[in-house]
Design a binder for this molecule. Structure first.
Ligand code: NAD
Length: 255
């Protein structure tokens, strides 16, 4: 691929470090000629994400905790200065560690709501911020996982949040389609990231994928980045409301 995204401005939420899926997506966007705006979650991540942003040639690096309406207002103001954006990547999820460890039936009300707020509702909140900036249409995407539709050990409350996220993708696609704004999810196979570290037995999940997936391997983050670049590019113009599996084919296997 070369310069598929020339002239496009991309807002990418969810870079925590160089292993983040959002970082691989930002790298692919940059390689294809897009202008990058990155966000980070609070002061703890500021320095790291500013350094990564500088290495990627990002035009802006902004603070945005998606549970904070003032941060979302500041994001709106920054995007208004920018004039327009062509894509927003939502690569954000959170659940309490204990809710990823104990049986799902024991999930607390607070833990359930927290996972939904950060991992699912935030897509709706940020879509509302960016849609008016997509004056010539655009592409919104989020990251999901097989645990939305199948029971995966220790995924628990996050699986339920991902199910809501995937449904939100379809409702947003229907709402925003008349504005030529497409909304899709990329369902990534397991990758060792900070978020994945919260899931008990993650290494054995990776082992099963390597053994059973049709491609007999786990995925590389660059494969998620390339799929995101395709979705944003002219080549992806007919796709909306979709969950695209980037998992070395693991999801087709029954036993
Ligand atoms: P990561 O830890 O690098 O990224 C998660 C990001 O969510 C971090 O940048 C974190 O700061 C951000 N975040 C959490 N709460 C936030 C808040 N309140 N406001 C703003 N940002 C917040 O891990 P990752 O694996 O790259 O995760 C990115 C997305 O990919 C998540 O939605 C995750 O569920 C999804 N995903 C990951 C895998 C995997 O195996 N790693 C597989 C499929 C889907």
């Amino acid at each position: 691929m070369s310069n598929l995204l020339e002239g496009k401005t991309a807002l990418v939420l969810g870079v925590a470090n160089r292993w983040s899926l959002a970082h691989a997506i930002a790298e692919a966007f940059r390689r294809e000629g897009a202008k990058l705006i990155l966000t980070y979650q609070g002061d703890r991540q500021k320095l790291t994400v500013e350094e990564l942003g500088a290495a990627l040639g990002a035009a802006r690096v902004l603070n945005c905790d998606v549970t904070n309406d003032e941060d979302l207002d500041r994001l709106t103001a920054a995007l208004e200065e920018e004039g327009h954006v062509d894509t927003m990547v939502h690569s954000i999820a959170f659940a309490n560690r204990e809710d990823l460890a104990r049986p799902f039936v024991e999930t607390s009300r607070a833990g359930y709501l927290l996972a939904q707020e950060v991992s699912s509702y935030s897509l709706v909140a940020v879509a509302r911020v960016v849609a008016p900036m997509m004056k010539e249409g655009g592409s919104i995407m989020t990251l999901t996982y097989l645990g939305a539709t199948r029971v995966v050990t220790n995924y628990n409350v996050m699986g339920v949040a991902k199910a809501a996220l995937e449904s939100s993708v379809r409702y947003l696609a229907a709402d925003l389609g008349p504005e030529n704004i497409r909304v899709n999810a990329i369902s990534a196979g397991p990758v060792k990231t900070l978020a994945a570290a919260g899931i008990g037995g993650f290494s054995s999940i990776l082992g099963v994928v390597r053994e059973k997936a049709p491609l007999r391997r786990a995925i590389e983050t660059s494969e998620v980045g390339d799929t995101a670049a395709f979705l944003l590019s002219h080549a992806g113009r007919g796709i909306t409301g979709e969950v695209i599996m980037v998992d070395a084919g693991y999801h087709i296997i029954g036993m």
